[in-house]
Design a protein around this ligand. Structure first.
Ligand SMILES: [Zn+2]
Length: 84
């Protein structure tokens, strides 16, 4: 087992601590994998629907139809609703 050999002098307690350490390490690895997979899934999902992503220039959305309105627009070009 290499570097963990000195823990053997603690007897049963050392063995339990070693087991807990290995379990904690395993949990960290599993959580890390799950987190990575989730991040990749969200990135793929947002990248697959570029049409739904709001442009960076838009500051507000139409209160009537929800279309993205850019700065300086007085009326919604889609439904004619005046932008507040
Ligand atoms: Zn509108």
């Amino acid at each position: 087992m290499g570097g963990l050999g000195s823990w053997g002098t603690f007897g049963l307690v050392g063995g339990i601590l070693g087991l807990l350490f290995q379990l904690a390490l395993l949990t960290l690895v599993v959580v890390g994998i799950v987190w990575a997979v989730r991040s990749l899934g969200q990135a793929n999902r947002s990248g697959a629907t570029p049409g739904l992503a709001a442009p960076a220039a838009s500051l507000s959305s139409c209160v009537s139809c929800g279309a993205a309105l850019q700065q300086g627009w007085k009326v919604c070009p889609y439904c004619g609703q005046s932008a507040s």
